[in-house]
Design a protein around this ligand. Structure first.
Ligand code: SAH
Length: 357
């Protein structure tokens, strides 16, 4: 029988497993420390655990890393790793070195069901949710990579992942429970210790899940892929808008803010002649005025397979928002030379991979 991955369990779940099997539940903290702080991948090396416990873990759980196929490093320091999952599907994870720390963009699904017209991820044919451990193992591997590069001094901020953006391939709120368990594990004080305020989840607007997420009352940042200032334009770009139009989405956003007291980010990719006209900027300002949030303007990354092109009006759009008193920033691009920039992830090497295996 296939063993379950140890990376699937929150500390609470691990404590329960230990209790059920007559071990001390406090050993869960020691196991977390070995795995997530020391990055140990052999239960037998966890020397402060009893021999019986090490044997129990070895017999019942796997502790395998994701297979990394290709690692690319961009001129600006961005690193992209192409991973192969156990069922041979491939995903990509990106690490962006920032002034404030090491930020990783994680993937939550193979492919995506949301079918936003401008996005390359929807072009991936196979679709499935990633399991919790497949998401956790992306961070684990990035930490292994960083430790090799910068040494294992735990006080060196370069040597470990400190920030997470859930903005890779997939819609995180379409894989809600696995993503929440992933966050529990990386946020755990005994684990990677990534603070809630250092984690951002981005959604295209799955309204019931925004509300459910609000009710969890975490300090995690929420980003909304708005991308349009009215339903007519948004309907053309994002099918989800037909199920949850802008007014319904913004109601859920207001609810999230009232429950959590957190500021939200509105992401807005600027696409030539689709959503980038001065009237759109003015309309956007009216739409979100009074909501505790700011706009993150994202230069569009062109995808060969569609008609959408980069806007030439980024500055103009930005200035109108500012003039209207709306907080806005233009997002800096990372890793565009290695296809790691926003919206470019799609594991498009499938052809190459077959030859490498
Ligand atoms: N499904 C989630 C998270 C993944 S996408 C969401 O929709 O928010 C992360 C961000 O990249 C989203 O804002 C998405 O709309 C944007 N994006 C997708 N394709 C892009 C492209 N070609 N250029 C720039 N941004 C893109």
């Amino acid at each position: 029988m296939e063993k379950n991955s140890i990376f699937s369990y929150t500390i609470e779940e691990l404590q329960n497993i230990l209790l059920e099997n007559n071990f001390n539940k406090f050993s869960a903290s020691q196991i977390f420390d070995w795995i997530y702080i020391k990055l140990e991948t052999d239960f037998n090396n966890m020397t402060n655990l009893s021999k019986e416990l090490r044997q129990f873990l070895t017999e019942n759980f796997s502790i395998n890393l994701l297979k990394d196929l290709v690692t690319e490093e961009s001129k600006d320091g961005t690193i992209k790793i192409l991973f192969m999952l156990d069922d041979k599907r491939t995903i990509e994870t990106v690490l962006m070195p920032q002034k404030y720390g090491q930020s990783v963009c994680v993937t939550t699904q193979v492919g995506c069901r949301m079918a936003c017209k401008f996005c390359a991820s929807g072009l991936i044919k196979t679709e499935r949710n990633l399991s919790t451990d497949e998401i956790v193992r992306q961070i684990f591997s990035m930490n292994v990579y960083l430790r090799k590069k910068y040494g294992d001094d735990l006080d060196n901020p370069r040597a470990r992942v400190s920030h997470i953006v859930v903005m890779g391939i997939g819609e995180p709120f379409d894989n809600f429970q696995n993503v929440m368990n992933f966050i529990d594990i990386i946020n755990c004080a005994k684990g990677f210790q990534i603070g809630a305020r250092h984690i951002t989840i981005s959604t295209c607007g799955v309204v019931p899940k925004i509300r459910e997420f609000a009710d969890l009352k975490t300090q995690i940042n929420l980003a909304i892929s708005l991308h349009a200032s009215n339903d007519e334009v948004r309907n053309q770009m994002m099918p989800i808008n037909k199920a949850f139009p802008i007014a319904v989405l913004l109601e859920a956003v207001r609810y999230y803010i009232s429950v959590t007291n957190r500021r939200v980010t509105f992401e807005y990719i600027l696409i030539d002649n689709v959503n980038d006209k001065p009237e759109h900027a003015n309309e956007l300002a009216r739409l979100i005025r009074g909501i505790n949030g700011y706009v993150n303007l994202i230069p569009y990354n062109e995808v060969e397979e569609n008609e959408y092109r980069k806007s030439t009006r980024v500055d103009e759009f930005f200035k109108i928002l500012k003039k209207q008193g709306i907080n806005a920033i233009v997002r800096k691009e990372f890793g565009s030379d290695i296809d790691a920039a926003c919206g470019q992830l799609r594991a498009k090497r499938e052809g190459v991979i077959k030859n490498e295996i």
